[in-house]
Ligand binder design. Structure first.
Ligand code: SF4
Ligand code: SF4
Length: 172
């Protein structure tokens, strides 16, 4: 009885946490019909991602499983699911809410840590390759330099982006 009460409390706590995030407000409307999964182009090509499963596990309070898995990072934000959900669950936005919670709790895939470092240091998320550096003069183009860093830093500071611990997973 006590165990059942604890289970319900942890389910409700995670659902409430998601609903309190921007984009996560509608998660509890899901009745698990599966329309999202059958509309999802990512779910068609990999078994590692199924939006219905992500929502189900979240509503069941499986916080660590949801936040530490790579599934929430595989959504391509195409919004197919969101347009078709009969319950008007804003699924793609729920996934954003889950990503935001994951980031706050330090579950950040390495590739995103690298993007963040590139953005903060160079003003771009994709580093300039040696190939591009070499080719630009051949086309009469100047070397690429960090651009607009001062303005960008103001935005990153104002939004709290620079306060996030962008440490790589597995790093100490
Ligand atoms: S389509 Fe909507 S109601 Fe159906 S499983 Fe997906 S989120 Fe839930
Ligand atoms: S928004 Fe994400 S979950 Fe929805 S259909 Fe597109 S890839 Fe799938």
């Amino acid at each position: 009885m006590e165990h059942e009460k604890e289970r319900k409390t942890s389910e409700a706590a995670f659902t409430d946490e998601i609903r309190s995030q921007l984009g996560g407000e509608t998660i509890a409307l899901c009745y698990q019909c599966g329309t999202c999964a059958s509309s999802c182009p990512v779910a068609k090509v990999t078994e590692r991602y199924n939006p219905r499963d992500v929502i189900r596990l979240s509503l069941l309070g499986q916080k660590q499983e949801v936040l530490s898995s790579d599934a929430i990072w595989l959504c391509s934000s195409c919004y197919n699911c969101q347009e078709r959900c009969p319950q008007k669950v804003e699924i793609a936005d729920v996934i954003y809410a889950l990503r935001n919670i994951a980031i706050k709790e330090g579950h950040i895939p390495n590739i995103y840590s690298e993007f963040a470092a590139g953005l903060m240091n160079e003003g771009r998320i994709v580093p300039i390759s040696k190939f591009v550096e070499k080719k630009r003069p051949e086309y009469g183009l100047p070397p690429l330099r960090p651009a607009g860093l001062d303005a960008l830093k103001k935005i990153l500071t104002a939004t709290g982006f620079d306060k996030i611990q962008w440490k790589k997973e597995g790093a100490q």
